[in-house]
Design a protein around this ligand. Structure first.
Ligand SMILES: *[C@@H]1O[C@H](CO)[C@@H](O)[C@H](O)[C@H]1NC(C)=O
Ligand SMILES: *[C@@H]1O[C@H](CO)[C@@H](O)[C@H](O)[C@H]1NC(C)=O
Ligand SMILES: *[C@@H]1O[C@H](CO)[C@@H](O)[C@H](O)[C@H]1NC(C)=O
Ligand SMILES: *[C@@H]1O[C@H](CO)[C@@H](O)[C@H](O)[C@H]1NC(C)=O
Ligand SMILES: *[C@@H]1O[C@H](CO)[C@@H](O)[C@H](O)[C@H]1NC(C)=O
Ligand SMILES: *[C@@H]1O[C@H](CO)[C@@H](O)[C@H](O)[C@H]1NC(C)=O
Ligand SMILES: *[C@@H]1O[C@H](CO)[C@@H](O)[C@H](O)[C@H]1NC(C)=O
Ligand SMILES: *[C@@H]1O[C@H](CO)[C@@H](O)[C@H](O)[C@H]1NC(C)=O
Ligand SMILES: *[C@@H]1O[C@H](CO)[C@@H](O)[C@H](O)[C@H]1NC(C)=O
Length: 758
């Protein structure tokens, strides 16, 4: 009682509340939708049964008008929150003061480099807390169209920056921790917010040589679809209980994703058991219209909307459903039960968000402005940047000697502010550039922007050289940014753009310590810099968010130690001439060098998982408890387990010792599995487990416990089935296999998961 009283007082203090339906005195008050003892499906069904046909059709787009005569408010289903509450149709930032900002974390590609899933869970919890605060202030809806969890397969992809990287296991582990943070657990009484896994499926091309995402037909083998393109989505649906999915612009094997019942029904709902009728699918924005044009999949607009709703696309981000579902119904192209199903799914999900419940029952309706951009959130935005930043070269220049008092900060990222957020961002409380951070540390700073990212001219060189001349050491911050990698735009080369390589080469001739910050989400080929002894250190900084400059400078001066790892392969520039972006196959062939660290047959500039430290570590890997395992015994031990691929195999202790004498540092333990088993060609290796150990002091050790499942050992056959194969297995610790362990599986192969056939 005392608690309730305190909450009510807070509620009053919180003032402005969202347009939640009035279940106390409004027209819906005595309807089942307001009855908290009924199930979400019963409640949503009762609500929808009050709608006229026209009201149903009118509420099938992302901007729902609601039903005024029932007191059902208008609702915007489209909010974004990729790395913080973001600008989007449903989010309204204030001009100033309260609700004029929210915490801006690094882009997912940099948070992926942290390989720290508990960190991701904390970030997601803060994003959903701040989202609730905005909702309570009537400044946001409760459905967020995040995360982008397509694997970053091709280095040219303009939206790869929005993902945690190229490895499916990494994405699965990351997204599980993200979704449970955003939604508030696996099956909470009230969801914090509803997250949306996108873009299902096979979406990783924007616009490349005339192939545009809206009409691209991705030809994907069933093996690759199961093993690579949909694994993160399986985790979203089957394991993390995500509330929503988004179907993608592209077609898969001839069928646009939003009209694709093989994807949306057979795989998503039937195979993965995503069967709660409070879980719904939205189209990507205008993707339903794109079924008509430029996919030219359906000959009329009516058939287009019928194909989509019958396949299981419940909501149209766009206007095709509201505009054409009436005529399609008149033509008998879909049943009313299908339209009802779509609406029930959506409104049942609002029931799970507490939309129709009295505020005093709920934990999240009392979150307010005092919960936004808290000191804890600000600290976490900084920590997430520090943890992801990755050291690629260091000849001992870093951390910078205290003798150095003056710095030249040069380059198109030297005073980066908005740039540090990449895309899908909101209003941050502040943006601390590298220049501001250097000044805050007390350095005398000579700043010169030098040439822009893509600038072909040299007119900016003299001013920059004057700055370099004046300082004890030079920090060059450049690389790429959203002027060359962006939504709607893929890259054509992996070169450092513009005149940057020549400019850096000239900076390297000043005979002063030169630290290069390679910024941006996708990788560019650093082999124009790494052999140059005048480039003393190289750091990849991604899009580091609101405290990005502080994180970078703290690492440079040694206030923080780098321990990030590349979540993507850095390919040499010739890679883009060896395989078209449109080629979806992963395995190497006569026409492909293979894709990702798993299949690439060439030599990467920096491999997946690469990253240096300010200290040395030695690691040992525990040996397996047996040299040989019988497959039938392993599988038999999992009888009754719902998903045998998740059934435990063994845990491997990794003992990590910091053998340096000065620097306390984090260390990411990465465990790969290699070996000739399953269908050839075999992958080089696959990531099967990882953990980030924190603050290992010089001379001390910590142990990571890496837990393998039967799924860790499995490979996928031509039919997409997940199979345990007899053969030789080798565990490799870290990207360079600094410790290994071997074992053998014997007996008959066993299927852990039968993939639905098209
Ligand atoms: C919430 O905001 C909308 C506009 O976004 C407005 O129409 C509505 O009246 C507001 N509701 C309340 C309760 O302030
Ligand atoms: C709901 O039912 C109560 C009790 O029967 C009644 O007093 C109230 O007027 C009803 N409200 C509405 C909106 O019909
Ligand atoms: C449905 O939407 C159309 C177009 O906006 C509008 O003219 C019509 O009045 C709406 N119908 C209802 C019942 O709200
Ligand atoms: C509508 O439902 C009936 C009865 O279940 C079914 O036979 C028919 O195929 C459905 N029509 C469409 C267009 O889905
Ligand atoms: C919101 O802030 C209040 C006051 O600091 C605090 O008591 C409460 O726990 C916070 N709620 C959340 C969900 O962080
Ligand atoms: C750095 O950027 C900030 C924010 O855009 C700007 O106010 C400031 O003037 C810039 N500093 C210099 C030295 O250009
Ligand atoms: C790491 O070990 C190498 C080789 O023993 C040594 O040269 C280097 O100084 C060590 N680095 C640190 C930071 O301890
Ligand atoms: C880890 O390795 C260190 C150094 O070899 C050793 O002293 C320590 O006992 C080991 N710890 C464990 C848990 O095996
Ligand atoms: C492995 O499992 C153990 C025991 O459940 C747990 O303590 C540990 O955190 C797990 N390791 C990882 C990396 O999740």
């Amino acid at each position: 009682m005392a608690v309730l009283l305190a909450l009510s007082t807070l509620a009053l203090a919180g003032q402005a509340f969202a347009s939640f339906p009035d279940c106390a005195t409004g027209p819906l008050a005595n309807n089942t939708v307001c009855d908290t003892s009924a199930t979400p499906i019963e409640r949503a069904t009762a609500l929808i049964s009050l709608f006229t046909f026209e009201e149903k059709v009118n509420n099938t787009g992302n901007t729902s008008p609601g039903v005024p005569r029932l007191g059902l408010p208008a609702y915007q289903w489209w909010q974004e929150g990729l790395h913080g509450v973001a600008e989007s149709p449903g989010v309204i930032f204030a001009e100033s003061g309260e609700y004029s900002y929210a915490t801006s974390f690094p882009q997912p590609i940099l948070m992926g480099a942290a390989f720290d899933d508990p960190l991701i869970n904390r970030v997601a919890t803060i994003v959903s807390t701040e989202a609730r605060a905005f909702s309570n202030a009537n400044r946001s809806g409760l459905d967020f169209w995040t995360p982008n969890i397509n694997p970053f397969k091709d280095p040219r992809w303009g939206r790869g920056q929005e993902t945690p990287g190229e490895d499916p296991f990494h994405l699965q582990s990351y997204v599980y921790n993200l979704i449970t943070g955003l939604q508030g657990g696996l099956d909470p009484e009230y969801k914090r917010i509803v997250a949306t896994c996108k873009h299902f499926a096979g979406y990783d091309l924007e616009n490349w040589e005339g192939n545009v995402r809206y009409g691209f037909d991705a030809l994907i083998s069933i093996q690759d679809l199961s093993e690579f393109y949909t694994r993160s989505f399986q985790t979203c649906a089957r394991d993390a209980n995500v509330g929503a999915f988004m179907c993608s612009y592209n077609a898969v094997n001839g069928v646009p994703s939003c009209a694709n019942s093989y994807l949306l029904q057979d795989i998503l709902r039937d195979h993965w058991g995503w069967t709660n009728e409070d879980q719904w699918v939205t189209s990507d924005c205008d993707a339903i219209q794109n079924i008509y044009e430029p996919h030219y999949y359906a000959p009329t607009r009516e058939l287009t909307v019928a194909d989509a709703i019958n396949a299981g696309t419940d909501l149209d981000c766009g206007t095709y459903y509201p505009a054409h579902l009436s005529a399609a119904y008149d033509e008998g192209l879909y049943n009313i039960s299908t339209l009802d199903r779509a609406l029930i799914r959506q409104y049942a999900s609002l029931v799970k968000l507490g939309y129709f419940d009295p505020a005093e029952n709920q934990p999240y309706r009392y979150i307010g402005w005092e919960n936004v951009s808290t000191p804890e959130a600000q600290e976490l935005a900084y920590t997430a940047a520090v943890e992801g930043i990755t050291l690629l070269k260091n000849d001992g220049t870093l951390p910078l000697s205290p003798e150095i008092k003056t710095l030249a900060l040069i380059g198109p990222w030297a005073n980066a502010t908005t740039q540090m957020q990449g895309n899908y961002y909101g209003q941050p409380p502040y943006l601390i550039s590298p220049l501001m951070a250097a000044e805050a540390l007390g350095y005398t700073v000579y700043y010169s922007p030098g040439p822009g990212v893509d600038d072909p001219t040299t007119s900016s060189f003299p001013a920059a050289f004057a700055a370099a001349e004046a300082a004890d050491a030079i920090i060059y911050a450049g690389g790429i940014d959203t002027t060359v990698e962006a939504e709607g735009m893929d890259r054509y080369t992996l070169d450092w753009p513009g005149v940057q390589p020549d400019f850096i080469d000239q900076l390297s001739q000043f005979g002063k310590p030169l630290i290069v910050l390679q910024m941006g989400g996708g990788q560019i080929d650093d082999s124009c810099l790494t052999p140059n002894p005048g480039v003393n250190a190289l750091i990849w900084g991604g899009y580091p968010g609101q405290s990005g400059g502080t994180a970078l400078l703290d690492i440079i001066v040694g206030k923080a130690a780098p321990a990030g790892r590349l979540p993507i392969t850095q390919y040499p520039i010739d890679y883009v001439y060896q395989i078209p972006m449109t080629d979806m196959a992963l395995r190497p062939s006569a026409t492909s060098p293979g894709r990702t660290y798993m299949w690439y047959t060439g030599t990467p500039v920096f491999p997946f998982g690469y990253g240096l430290h300010y200290t040395n570590f030695t690691s040992t890997l525990a040996q397996p408890s047996a040299a040989t395992y019988d497959i039938a015994t392993l599988v038999g031990g999992c009888a009754g387990v719902a998903h045998p691929d998740l059934c435990a195999f063994e845990s491997f202790a990794v003992n990590v010792t910091n053998t340096g004498s000065t620097t306390t540092s984090d260390y990411v333990a990465l465990l790969f599995l290699a070996g000739e088993h399953g269908p050839a060609p075999y992958p080089n290796k696959v990531l099967v487990a990882y953990d980030r150990l924190h603050a290992i002091a010089p001379g001390s050790s910590q142990t990571a416990t890496l837990n393998l499942t039967l799924g860790s050992l499995a490979r996928v056959d031509d039919y997409g089935n997940t199979v345990l194969y007899p053969g030789e297995y080798e565990l490799q610790l870290d990207y360079d296999a600094q410790a290994t362990a071997s074992f053998t599986l014997t007996g008959e192969q066993a299927v852990l998961d039968y993939w639905p056939q098209p």
